[in-house]
Design a protein. Structure first.
Length: 155
């Protein structure tokens, strides 16, 4: 994205060292250079373990929190405003050990958002992701709704 201080690789490094992620055991494994996907891992440790010995639900959510907005923002470019609007999380299984979340933003979704925001209208798209254990067991399902609008042009 023009004007962004970060490349995908640079943002991956910054997020992996960002204190809330670092202390929660979250590591950003990959952000595609074209901003089409991201993959995140969280290890279970004493700083993100709940009273039941499983991943704290807030950590499961936080590992998923910024990625849809970041991918959409960078794919659309600086002519758009992208904010988080709403979120839902469903806890499916207890998370033990390493858990992963993957985000894939298809070109069709980007095109849908561009079409929906043409002429200054806002779009409120939903995005789904899954937090899984290393063996593929579903730990949580996360839904994020974004607010997207094309910025007003200045004359």
């Amino acid at each position: 994205m023009a004007g962004s201080p970060y490349t995908a690789r640079g943002l991956r490094r910054v997020l992996s060292w960002w204190p809330p992620y670092r202390f929660a055991g979250v590591r950003v494994l990959h952000i595609a250079e074209d901003w089409s996907s991201a993959r995140v891992r969280m290890r279970l440790g004493r700083t993100n373990r709940n009273a039941f010995g499983t991943h704290f639900g807030g950590s499961l959510y936080s590992m998923s929190d910024p990625f849809w907005a970041l991918l959409v923002l960078h794919r659309l470019g600086e002519d758009y405003v992208v904010w988080d609007k709403a979120a839902e999380i469903e806890f499916v299984s207890p998370g033990r050990g390493e858990v992963f979340a993957e985000f894939v933003l298809a070109e069709e979704r980007v095109a849908e958002i561009r079409a929906a925001t043409e002429g200054g209208a806002k779009a409120l798209p939903w995005f789904d992701s899954t937090v899984t254990a290393a063996d593929g067991t579903v730990i949580a399902r996360v839904r994020k709704q974004l607010y997207v609008r094309r910025k007003a042009t200045r004359r």
